[in-house]
Design a protein around this ligand. Structure first.
Ligand code: NAD
Length: 352
């Protein structure tokens, strides 16, 4: 008999189309009446709808969230939060805006309501990665987890196709690594496989019509499921590599996930052939790593670290950093093996 331990995180999820109209009730449900709204300039339209939904609950706004949550930006927003005596943070945006919301909640203990507009999945994890003096430090704690997530499919319709592809593959990466995590259990397995097949179905449909509302809903639901996997079980080689490449070399988050995923999968495949078979079946492809690479190519997504601005001279250092501390991964890791993986990803080769 299989034995396992499963932990669920206490977050409330409201999912649908037009759900922003339920935001005011969700804030009041948390006992709050003075909202600080976080957003970013590309989401001005969504922020206007949030403003309208909040009405007189809104007391201040900050639209300067930045990738990798720099502490200087958090301190600016914290000043505003305190000056306006806010008792709740509402964030509309991708993982960067969610990161700022989490950083504020960690410092103040205030509740958060997040309206995600990408597929990063951060909104359902108790994890925060912050950058101080160019170093990204990750921590996990219950105050970091947003109390409520309002998924409104309408807010994802404006996400450009290129970002839809890379953010969708970011979600795919959470689901893939959940399946071979040592903490995997039957619940996360089902969530992960459902997320993978939704992503495999939705992305090609969105490539032909980025406004396909049913495909957008599929992908957003996949993002929630994959984010839940990320929150529940430990990730492996792929996430470690992306963390290193993003934190130390400043590479963009979702794009880096997109380039590295097929290579990390190919590296781990010999150790977990059954998992790769289940992923291939969920995607409807003969071979999982090659199938993910081909999917990205067919969608016009990035395939090479070189094109993301990674210097070839940094590959050896990245391989060292990614193997410097042990972490669970189905295949034993060597600096030489990882250097080879990274060379394939740098050149944009199809993984064998
Ligand atoms: P992002 O939040 O940086 O967004 C990328 C760009 O897209 C931004 O300019 C944003 O304004 C714009 N954008 C977002 N949604 C849009 C929409 N619907 N329409 C038009 N433009 C839109 O990107 P991301 O990939 O969502 O988040 C990356 C960050 O999230 C990284 O810092 C990463 O470390 C973090 N992250 C954290 C976790 C976690 O669990 N802690 C999980 C995943 C990602």
């Amino acid at each position: 008999m299989e034995s396992f331990v499963h932990t669920s995180h206490p977050s409330r999820v409201v999912f649908g189309t037009g759900t922003v109209t339920r935001l005011r009730k969700e804030v009041e449900r948390l006992g709050c009446s003075r909202v600080l709204l976080l957003s970013s300039p590309p989401l001005a339209q969504a922020a206007a709808r949030v403003r309208e939904a909040l009405g007189d609950l809104l007391v201040s706004e900050f639209d300067g969230a930045a990738m990798h949550t720099p502490v200087e930006v958090t301190e600016q927003a914290l000043g505003l939060l305190r000056d306006t005596d806010a008792d709740c943070v509402v964030a509309v945006g991708g993982g960067s805006t969610t990161g700022l919301s989490k950083a504020l909640a960690l410092r103040t203990g205030l509740p958060q309501v997040v309206l995600p507009t990408t597929y990063a999945g951060s909104e359902v994890t108790p994890v925060l990665g912050e950058t101080r003096d160019g170093r990204k430090v990750t921590r996990s704690s219950p105050e970091i987890l947003p109390e409520t997530v309002v998924y409104d499919v309408d807010f994802t319709l404006t996400l450009p196709l290129s970002m839809t592809v890379t953010s969708g593959v970011n979600a795919l990466a959470h689901a893939v690594e959940a399946l071979y995590s040592p903490d995997a259990d039957p619940v996360t397995d089902q969530h992960a496989l459902d997320a993978i097949s939704r992503i495999g179905r939705a992305l090609p449909r969105l490539a032909s019509d980025p406004a396909d509302a049913a495909a957008r809903a599929d992908l957003l639901q996949a993002a929630w499921l994959a984010g839940t996997c990320l929150a529940t079980v430990g990730m492996g080689l792929h996430h470690k590599l992306c963390h290193t490449l993003g934190g130390t070399f400043g590479l963009p988050h979702a794009e880096t996930h997109t380039v590295v995923l097929p290579h990390a999968m190919a590296h781990n495949a010999p150790a977990v052939p059954d998992v790769m078979r289940r992923i291939a079946d969920a995607l409807g492809v003969p071979d999982a790593p090659g199938g993910v690479h081909d999917l990205v190519v067919s969608l016009g997504g990035p395939t090479s670290l070189r094109d993301l601005g990674m210097p070839e001279s940094g590959l050896a250092r990245a391989a060292e950093l990614a193997t410097s501390a042990p972490y669970p991964n189905p295949r034993d890791l060597t600096t030489e093996g990882i250097a080879e993986l990274l060379a394939g990803a740098w050149h944009g080769r199809r993984p064998e």
